[in-house]
Every structure is written in structure tokens, then in C-alpha cells.
Write a protein that binds this ligand. Structure first.
Ligand code: NAD
Length: 314
């Protein structure tokens, strides 16, 4: 079997590539930027907006993992028109290229943000969705609907995975956990809004990647699954765990922002029942692994600069 991974140079996609390779599944990354985390992966440079390039990249491919997107909600807010093109037109291009190829299946990376505007404290894949208030969510939902329509109209196998908030090595620096860790390692205080009682279900990125691989099971055809963390972790707990693991860091409270999303409990029971998927890495262990990775990255960067200084002396 051979998989095409759109967005395979990105944070989550790179970990899905690793898991697929662990299972000896061949992978071709399709991205605008070259993957730098490993050198042994076939790479096809192209944009999601280029249908012809996508079609050529699908030669010999059996399954497509579609993760390429403008994934940062702040970027979508700042560049709504461009983001809509990548996130929505990009998805229909992937589906259309798949329809006209030998590929049997598209696995689409969606988000648990689709539940943000729903009522109820606990939500699962059967929860009726409300129209989204964020553009990012609107683009992800539009893509979900395109996937469902392609599966019904053209019998293309699709699986929609709604990811929780991932964290771990290679995470974007702006996300809450990397931001806390960076501050802590610089000796700066960590600030939490109000009591810091808002919770999230963070998911360790390697667990999330494992869920993507399990979505290859035939039972997952034309299904939607939530892939989220088990535990509800408050922002205060995040700060306290960073404090415990880094040491010597102060936590300061600032006034709460009005309208902060208080959080909903996302059930991933269906993925457990049908795919046998469950997160394995505890929050503290995942955070410890992230901090180790982050420190190593910083050390390597500094050592490369030191080597350049040295070589310029002579
Ligand atoms: N990170 C999260 O918090 C999160 C949560 C839920 C769902 N998701 C979804 O998971 C997927 C992966 O997210 P991520 O965090 O790894 O993001 P990321 O930004 O690290 O990776 C996205 C990748 O898409 C590529 N890309 C962007 N525009 C492209 C284009 N025009 N053509 C080809 N490639 C293009 C980028 O180069 C990048 O490698 C996205 O679909 C995102 O919406 C992310």
C-alpha cells in the first residue's frame, strides 16, 4: 500500500508519516515546503490549489491522508480569503484528483472545533452541529461536507477524523503549550486568565498519529471519528505541570477575558469501540517529551551558530 500525505511537512502530518513508515507503509509527501524532520521520504512539491499537480502526485497511490491546510486559526482570521481557498478549494481538489485516480480512500483531518457552537456539555459524532462562528471551523466543516458528498455521489471511500488540540514535538511555537514552555525555560512567569479553570482535552501528537493509521481499517469507511485526549486539563493544570517539569517558574493570574470558551467534553468512544484507538500517553509524560525535544532543538540551533562563529574567526 502507498499513501499520499498532504501537509506531510507539517506538525501532525510528519508524525502520521512516522507511524505509517513504522508499519512499512510507503509514503509520498505532497506539500509546498520540503519535510526537514527526516530524509528518507519521497517528496512531491505542489500546492493544494494545483489540481493537475495533485493528479500527477496520485500516480501509484492507494490512500490519501489530507492534512494540508491553513491550520492556525489566527492565520485564518488574518487571511480569510486565502485560507478559504487552501482549506476548502484545496479539499475539493484532493477529492476530485482522488475520484479520477486509482486511490480508494481519502482520510480527512477535521477538528473538534466543529462542536464549539453546539449545545450540551458532552458531545460525540451524533451531536447535531450548529453553524460555526469561526471562519476556520467553517472551512473545515465545508470540507467535511464535500467529503460526504463525494462518498455518496462517486462512491469514494472517506473517513473524517476530528482532532482535539494536539501537542508534542514539532508543535507550532504559538500554541498554548509551546508558549508556556518557551516562557518557563526563559525564566518568565506564566500567566493564566482568571482562575485558569477553562479546560481542554489535549491529545499527544503520536497518539493522534496512531489514530490516523487505524483509520485505514475497513470499518472506518464513510465514518466520522473524534480523536481527543481522555482527561480534562485546565489551563491552571497546564501551567502547574510546566512549573513542575521545568522548575522555578512563577504563575501569575490576569483578569479573565469575557467570552473565553469554557470547553465541552468530547467523547472519543466510537474510535475506541470501532478502531481500538485510545490515547496512551499521559499529559505529564507528553509534556515531558515535548520539553526534552524543545531543549534539544534550542541546543542544536545554538551549537550551529557557535560553529559558524568559530569558522569565521580564521
Ligand atoms: N494543530 C491543531 O491544533 C489542529 C487541530 C485540529 C485539526 N487540525 C488539522 O490538522 C491538519 C494539520 O495541522 P497541523 O497542525 O499539522 O498544521 P501545520 O501548519 O503544521 O501543517 C499544515 C501543512 O500544510 C501545508 N500547506 C499549507 N498550504 C498548502 C498548500 N497550498 N499546498 C500544499 N500544502 C500546503 C503546510 O506547508 C504545512 O506543512 C490541518 O488540516 C488542521 O486543520 C489541526
Amino acid at each position: 500500500m502507498k499513501a499520499l500525505m498532504t501537509g506531510g511537512a507539517g506538525f501532525i502530518g510528519s508524525h502520521v508519516v512516522d507511524k505509517l513508515r513504522d508499519k512499512e507503509i510507503e509514503v509520498r509527501v505532497y506539500d509546498m515546503i520540503m519535510p526537514t524532520y527526516r530524509k528518507d521520504i519521497e517528496y512531491y512539491q505542489g500546492s493544494l490549489l494545483d489540481l493537475d499537480a495533485l493528479r500527477m502526485a496520485l500516480d501509484g497511490i492507494d490512500v490519501i491522508f489530507h492534512l494540508g491546510a491553513i491550520a492556525d486559526v489566527k492565520d485564518v482570521y488574518e487571511e480569510p480569503h486565502y485560507s478559504e481557498a487552501i482549506n476548502v478549494r484545496g479539499t475539493i481538489n484532493v477529492l476530485e484528483a482522488a475520484r479520477r485516480s486509482e486511490a480508494k480512500k481519502v482520510i480527512y483531518a477535521s477538528t473538534t472545533w466543529v462542536y464549539s457552537d453546539c449545545s450540551g456539555d458532552i458531545v460525540d459524532e451524533t451531536t447535531p452541529l450548529s453553524p460555526p462562528s469561526h471562519l476556520y471551523t467553517a472551512t473545515k466543516l465545508a470540507s467535511e461536507y464535500y467529503c460526504l458528498a463525494y462518498s455518496k455521489l462517486y462512491d469514494l471511500g472517506i473517513t473524517i477524523l476530528r482532532y482535539g488540540i494536539p501537542y508534542g514535538p514539532r508543535a507550532r511555537p504559538g500554541a498554548v503549550i509551546p508558549a508556556f514552555v518557551t516562557k518557563a525555560l526563559r525564566g518568565e512567569p506564566l500567566t493564566i486568565a482568571g482562575e485558569g479553570s477553562q479546560f481542554r482535552q489535549f491529545i499527544y501528537v503520536e497518539d493522534l498519529a496512531e489514530g490516523n493509521v487505524l483509520a485505514l481499517k475497513s470499518i472506518a469507511k464513510n465514518k466520522i471519528y473524534n480523536l481527543d485526549g481522555k482527561d480534562k486539563i485546565t489551563i491552571k493544570q497546564v501551567a502547574e505541570t510546566v512549573q513542575k517539569l521545568v522548575g522555578g517558574v512563577k504563575i501569575e493570574s490576569v483578569p479573565a477575558r469575557p467570552g473565553d470558551f469554557s470547553g465541552k467534553e468530547i467523547s472519543s468512544e466510537l474510535a475506541k469501540k470501532e478502531l481500538g484507538w485510545e490515547p496512551k500517553v499521559s499529559f505529564e509524560e507528553g509534556l515531558r517529551r515535548y520539553i526534552e525535544w524543545h531543549k534539544k532543538e534550542e541546543e542544536e540551533r545554538e551549537s550551529k551558530w557557535a560553529q559558524i562563529d568559530e569558522s569565521l574567526k580564521s
